[in-house]
Design a protein around this ligand. Structure first.
Ligand code: ADP
Length: 159
């Protein structure tokens, strides 16, 4: 059975993430979406809110699980019996960082391979950072996030 993890900050999950989730869920028997609890970053949403938003927007996918983790991805992957880490690539700017992470992870855990999905062109410009920026000024992000996430952003920013 092939089990993959898709780790990330997901602050919040976007249509770009969802595209990668839907496509990778077709490739693996099970996909574990793992929200990284990172004390170095100050997120907009709590870990519970991030997990809730992903669960809500992936409930049509029956081989997808959503959870959170802290610590090293390689250790979390081992616990989950996962042998693949899924990451998305938007542009060459993502590449150098992603390559470095993939190489470090494979050094730390030989069993873990990283597989990249290239973004669908309509989401190439979408990032959680951009979405938060626009939503904070009351701008329209309906093309960039699922409707449930749009509602959560409105509540968060009191719009
Ligand atoms: P991180 O902080 O780990 O980069 P993100 O939540 O920003 O977490 O992203 C998680 C993964 O999803 C990364 O591999 C990132 O490149 C990918 N990703 C982010 N936005 C998109 C998008 N619009 N299309 C495809 N992949 C994306």
């Amino acid at each position: 059975m092939s089990i993959a993890v898709y780790p990330g900050s997901f602050d919040p999950v976007t249509a770009g993430h969802l595209d990668i989730i839907e496509r990778s869920a077709k490739v693996f028997n099970k996909l574990v979406i793992a929200v990284l609890v990172n004390s170095a970053k100050t997120p907009l949403f709590t870990t519970e809110e991030k997990v809730d938003m992903i669960r809500e927007t992936t409930k049509h996918l029956n081989n997808v699980e959503v959870t959170s983790f802290s610590g090293l991805l390689v250790d979390f992957a081992r616990e989950q019996n996962a042998n693949v880490s899924v990451r998305g690539l938007r542009a060459v700017t993502d590449f150098e960082y992603e390559l470095q992470i993939a190489q470090i992870n494979s050094k730390l855990n030989k069993q873990l391979d990283t597989m990249f999905f290239t973004t669908s062109i309509e989401y190439a410009y979408v990032s959680s950072t951009i979405v938060k920026e626009i939503a904070s000024y009351g701008g329209d992000v309906s093309d960039m996030v699922p409707p449930y996430v749009e509602e959560c952003l409105k509540k968060k920013f009191g719009k």
